[in-house]
Design a protein. Structure first.
Length: 179
């Protein structure tokens, strides 16, 4: 999968996660009942537990901030520093989500469907972030050649600026193509 496709998948997942975190934050501040499909509304139990806030800040708001940071990093111009920052934010979110899921299982004894969906999203984002980080810069975006066996076709691999070159406009290339 190309870096571009990985980023698109990550953006979609992060937008869904942002929606989940936004919903739970609104529910918290509006003091309304969480919509939950499970019997007995375990989501309400989780949302009113001792672990639903840290220093008076709802964990749903922390999740909302985390997803906004992830989206911001995904839309930023990509380089090694941005990929490192993205991996760091995603790993922190994953770790915190894993801790909260542990608390649901062993302290609260109830599972919030919304929280579990966010945990699943962060789990997938973690795998995708690690993949992007380990791959490093996209060779085509960095101006290099495709690695052998790459599944991208020439149209996907080239952007408009590399097709004409930095010093030769498109009309000059058409009149005097290079061999």
């Amino acid at each position: 999968m190309t870096d571009r496709k990985l980023r698109i998948v990550m953006i979609v997942l992060s937008a869904i996660g942002l929606g989940v975190a936004t919903y739970l934050t609104v529910v918290h501040y509006a003091h309304i009942t969480v919509a939950c499909a499970a019997n007995g509304n375990p989501c309400e139990t989780v949302q009113h537990s001792a672990w639903s806030e840290i220093a008076g800040i709802p964990v749903a708001l922390l999740g909302l901030i985390g997803y906004v940071m992830i989206l911001g990093l995904l839309f930023a111009p990509q380089n090694d520093n941005v990929r490192t920052a993205l991996l760091t934010v995603v790993l922190v979110g994953f770790g915190f989500s894993a801790y909260l899921t542990y608390r649901e299982a062993f302290s609260i004894h109830a599972y919030c469907e919304w929280c579990l969906s966010s945990a699943a999203i962060l789990t997938v984002l973690t795998g995708l972030s690690i993949t992007r980080f380990l791959r490093g810069a996209d060779p085509v975006a960095a101006g290099g050649d495709l690695p052998p066996g790459d599944d991208r076709d020439a149209v996907d691999a080239l952007d408009d600026s590399s097709a004409t070159g930095p010093d030769r406009p498109a009309d000059e290339l058409a009149a005097h193509p290079q061999a």
